[in-house]
Design a protein around this ligand. Structure first.
Ligand SMILES: *Cc1c(COP(=O)(O)O)cnc(C)c1O
Length: 354
């Protein structure tokens, strides 16, 4: 770590902590007392400030609103039994933050500024990190363009904002999915690998239609032929097929997930064969038919591991094994929880202590 970041801290005089119901947390609805904001102007990041969570004063002409120069990150902080608070692999999100920025012609944020900002904010609101199994403090960093100018050119000024909020256990009932063969999330040469705001706006209509058809989630397929598996909603997708962990290799259309990388690292450490490659719908469906598909799940920060219960393709339903009997995904989830909550040694060095 380099120099400590100079952050002005103004604490709230009206904490909402005591009046927040931690037993009924709905993802994304509850925010902690403070937020962090910083500005990029005249070629440098400045005005780092932690202040009470609240509205921002912005021009209606900012190019983020008109042309989508905006992106986000998502990660979590956990409370251990001994009271320690750790953030899970923020270094990975810092790197990805800049990959998104680069693709959208936005400015870079030095990695240590990203990590120190998050740590400082979580430190101020450390009492908001729930000390309960399955709970955590979700951290949402964003960057967006603030030039009040309608030209379609990269902005010269940006804002970096970090919000946090306590979250409870994610809905982990196995999902019924369909392979999406009409709409496309991302294409070669596009920016599916970036956490660009526009990628998620564009996914809402396909999700809405899938929900109307009775599906909990959809699996995106390649833009060209709709034959190859890409991602499950806003999570990476992984299959245990014929004793091998298989997941689509990262490329323009696939977001390089931290959970994906974490699952792969654990699998390799257990001596399990891992294949990162193109995987066709036909191969997955065939595995479901002949019983060689023994596990299938989405992997992402929000849900961690979201088991797939049933798949729908070309008018046919494929019901997979009972998720509670799946060896691999259960072992991954329990190992990961033990590391994140400090119940086992963090041999990979994934926990960043706040
Ligand atoms: C955020 C995200 C993921 C998961 O990434 P994690 O770092 O594991 O949270 C996967 N796919 C998409 C499209 C995403 O937006």
């Amino acid at each position: 770590m380099t120099d400590t970041l100079d952050i002005k801290i103004t604490k709230t005089t009206e904490s909402r902590l005591a009046t927040t119901d931690f037993s009924n947390l709905v993802f994304g609805h509850t925010f902690a007392d403070h937020m962090l904001v910083a500005d990029y102007a005249d070629g440098e990041w400045k005005n780092f400030e932690i202040l009470p969570y609240g509205p921002l004063d912005l021009s209606p002409a900012i190019s983020a609103l008109h042309y989508g120069q905006a992106f986000f990150e998502g990660l979590k902080a956990y409370k251990h039994d001994d009271g320690r608070v750790t953030i899970f692999r923020p270094d990975k999100n810092a790197i990805r933050f800049n990959k998104s920025a680069e693709r959208l012609s936005m400015t870079q944020l030095p990695e240590e500024m990203f990590t120190q900002s998050l740590a400082a904010l979580v430190d101020v609101d450390r009492d908001w990190v729930p000390a309960k199994a399955g709970h955590s403090l979700y951290i949402r960093p964003i960057m967006f363009a603030t030039d009040p100018y309608l030209g379609v050119v990269p902005s010269k000024t940006y804002k970096f904002v970090v919000l946090t909020g306590p979250v409870g256990p994610y809905f982990t009932k196995p999902v019924r999915i369909k392979f999406e063969t009409h709409y496309t999330r991302a294409a070669e040469g596009g920016f599916g690998y970036a956490k660009a705001a526009g990628n998620y706006g564009g996914s809402m209509l396909p999700f809405k239609k899938a929900a109307e058809e009775g599906f909990d989630q959809l699996i995106w397929t390649d833009a060209k032929e709709h034959k190859y598996v890409e991602e499950m909603g806003a999570a990476n997708v992984m299959f245990m097929l014929d004793g091998k962990l298989i997941t689509p290799s990262t490329r323009d259309t696939i977001l390089d997930g931290v959970t994906r990388d974490t699952v792969i690292s654990l699998a390799k450490s257990w001596g399990m064969p891992v294949e990162e490659r193109r995987i066709s719908i036909a191969e997955v469906v065939e595995g479901a038919r002949n019983g060689k598909l023994t596990d299938a799940f989405g992997a992402g920060t929000a849900a961690t591991i979201a088991p797939i219960g049933a798949m729908h393709y070309e008018g046919e339903d494929f019901v997979l094994s009972d998720a509670s009997t799946r060896e691999f995904s259960k072992k991954v989830l329990s190992t990961l929880n033990d590391i994140r909550y400090g119940k086992t040694e963090d041999t990979f060095g994934w926990n960043y202590v706040v």
